[in-house]
Design a protein around this ligand. Structure first.
Ligand code: ITT
Length: 203
């Protein structure tokens, strides 16, 4: 087999690297996926876009330019219908502190405390982008539809997983096993669609 093409993923989150690597492998692609940690000299890019797709493209282009390698990036969050799509791109810092999952979730539950079950529809959304050093770009999206519980349940996953119950499920995302969640998740869907794009452009 020929030497695998190196592909870099714009994240320092090792779980994402492992998940996308498994999906690319299952698609039979001859690529070697590395995380941004492999290039510590490359600075993180500010997420100045106003949509998940814009932010994913920004990160992928910045990394492709800086490394000269094809780069992939994702951006994701929770969108609540009754909040017109918020927290959306602000999901990681909804309570004001970036990455404080517990505070973000508790603020959201408090904001929705008077909202009846039939009005608690929400979805996780993920945009995944591929950028080549020559400026070629592709972006794909995935969603996981569900409803929001009134109290957290489960200890798997991260972020808003303990309060999002996928449609057709009786458990929250935090009560699913990692494999069960990956099979239906916004990120799983976006990464599987991205694998097809990687195959087309680099395969
Ligand atoms: P990067 O380092 O790759 O940017 P991240 O964890 O900061 O990863 P994401 O863009 O994947 O950020 O997600 C932003 C926020 O959206 C995250 O902090 C969660 O609050 C929420 N979120 C996204 N995907 C989620 C999921 O699968 N389950 C629960 N919450 C999720």
């Amino acid at each position: 087999m020929s030497t695998p093409r190196r592909l870099i993923l714009a994240t320092r989150n090792q779980h994402k690297v492992t998940e996308l690597r498994a999906i690319l492998g299952a698609a039979g692609l001859n690529v070697e996926l590395v995380g941004a940690d492999a290039y510590p000299e490359v600075p993180d890019v500010a997420e100045t876009g106003v949509t998940f797709a814009e932010n994913a493209l920004l990160k992928a282009h910045a990394l492709a330019r800086a490394t000269g390698l094809p780069a992939v990036a994702d951006d994701s969050g929770l969108c609540v219908d009754v909040l017109n799509g918020a927290p959306g791109i602000f999901s990681a810092r909804w309570s004001g502190r970036h990455g404080d999952d517990r505070a973000n979730l508790e603020l959201l539950l408090a904001q929705l405390s008077d909202i009846a079950p039939e009005h608690r529809a929400a979805h996780f959304a993920c945009a995944a982008a591929l950028a080549l050093p020559d400026g070629t770009e592709r972006v794909v999206e995935g969603r996981l539809l569900g409803t929001l519980r009134t109290a957290p349940a489960g200890s798997n996953g991260f972020g808003y997983d303990p309060i999002l119950q996928p449609l057709g499920e009786t458990r929250t995302c935090a009560e699913l096993t990692p494999d069960e969640k990956n099979a239906i998740s916004h990120r799983g869907k976006a990464f599987r669609a991205l694998a097809e794009v990687v195959g087309e452009l680099l395969g």
